[in-house]
Design a protein around this ligand. Structure first.
Ligand SMILES: NC(=O)c1ccc[n+]([C@@H]2O[C@H](COP(=O)([O-])OP(=O)(O)OC[C@H]3O[C@@H](n4cnc5c(N)ncnc54)[C@H](OP(=O)(O)O)[C@@H]3O)[C@@H](O)[C@H]2O)c1
Length: 357
């Protein structure tokens, strides 16, 4: 397979700045890596792309402008680094991107460690597969990482290690934002763990979707948040020891903290906005880092990427809906604006970087 010396990548030029497509040298592989020709990419639908562009979350880019973004990658392996035996040139694979020149998804080629790559499930299209990496990893990290203040989770035993799947039977969970990409996987992981009831918030129009994923009770997201603790108590009198807030604005975080039982864990996906005055010892707030690309999460990521294809092929996990957006990398800024303004709904936008002219 011929590999071009140059490729196109989308660069964020500065904090809150514009994007520019540039031709740059292609990547050189290190041992254990594979070079992936990116055929499709979940463009901009990940809110993290606009948040790291415009908000204080730009710290994730480390000030390294021009910066490459993009967290979801599907493509074809075109080259194997030394020592890689698990894959072959021509394999269709997917992996999570990151804010680095090699890993970022908004470019035509990525280079990634082979143990954080999985084959595209046979029953999914490339577009559907591009909706998986960031959202699933964020849900999984919030469930399975040990509880610390940063980059952590609720310390739940992974469903693939809990053989009888009964460990959390009868334990309720409350999930904010079940229709979000992260929330859809949080519901599925809750069901696979045996949590019950699985209570979530979402628009009424998503009732069938949320039930099909495993939610047992859906609370209309338009209900004033002040009424949520009472609504939850109507559903279960068992203390809620795990709240997963897949929305994590300041209001949902604080309501989630109110719903949480003493000695419970509130997993949040943005910076901690829980009112310091209401925090009590034993009620943990944990900030989830939804990536396998740092040391503390690598083991979980490797464990998941060994199994992930099978989970989708066997129907253990279901992907989110997707919407293909034509235009390649050039389509990302407008698509990102749709994400930022909250008009996309319960699906992920996908672009194909090779279409870039
Ligand atoms: N910490 C991390 O590593 C990490 C990683 C990934 C994502 N995140 C964060 O996680 C959050 C979710 O990301 P995502 O990609 O899953 O989002 P998404 O798919 O873009 O979320 C859109 C969905 O959320 C629903 N929604 C929005 N506000 C809601 C609310 N207040 N209550 C209930 N539902 C609500 C929308 O419903 P309607 O259609 O009814 O409007 C829509 O269905 C974002 O804040 C993102 O920045 C963090």
């Amino acid at each position: 397979m011929s590999i071009p010396a140059e490729q196109k990548a989308l660069f964020l030029l500065q904090h809150a700045g514009p994007y520019e497509i540039r031709s740059v040298p292609n990547h050189t592989l290190e041992a254990g890596e594979v070079l992936v020709r990116v055929e499709v990419e979940a463009a901009g639908l990940n809110p993290t792309d606009w948040k790291t562009r415009f908000t204080e979350l730009s710290m994730a880019l480390g000030g390294n402008y021009p910066a490459r973004q993009g967290q979801d990658v599907v493509g074809t392996i075109v080259q194997l680094g030394e020592g890689v035996t698990a894959f072959a040139v021509g394999d269709k694979v997917f992996h999570q991107g990151s804010y680095s020149n090699k890993l970022a998804g908004f470019q035509q080629y990525t280079a990634v460690s082979a143990d954080l790559v999985a084959l595209v499930p046979k029953n999914l299209s490339a577009d559907q597969t591009a909706s998986i990496p960031l959202a699933l990893m964020t849900a999984a990290a919030g469930f399975y990482q040990p509880t610390r203040s940063l980059g952590s989770g609720a310390g739940v035993i992974p469903f693939w290690q809990d053989n009888d799947r009964g460990k959390y039977a009868g334990r309720p969970i409350f999930i904010f934002g079940g229709s979000s990409s992260v929330g859809q996987y949080a519901i599925q992981l809750a069901q696979l763990g045996g949590f019950s009831p699985i209570i979530t918030t979402g628009s009424v129009k998503y009732t069938d979707l949320l039930k099909s994923l495993g939610a047992t009770h859906i609370i209309d997201r338009t209900l004033p948040l002040s009424q949520l603790p009472a609504e939850v108590q109507k559903i279960t009198s068992t203390p809620i020891t795990f709240v997963y807030d897949a929305i994590s604005d300041v209001e949902t975080q604080n309501t989630g903290y109110d719903i949480l039982a003493p000695s419970g864990v509130l997993a949040i996906v943005l910076l901690d906005g829980v009112d310091k005055a209401k925090k009590t010892a034993g009620k943990e707030v944990t900030v989830v880092f939804g990536t396998p690309h740092y040391d503390d999460a690598r083991a979980l990521g490797v464990d998941m990427y060994k199994r992930i294809t099978g989970w989708f092929e066997s129907g253990v996990l279901k992907p989110t809906e997707v919407e293909y957006v034509p235009g390649g990398l050039k389509a990302i800024p407008d698509a990102q604006e749709r994400v930022r303004t909250g008009t996309v709904g319960a699906r992920k936008l996908i672009v194909h970087p090779q279409e870039t002219v």
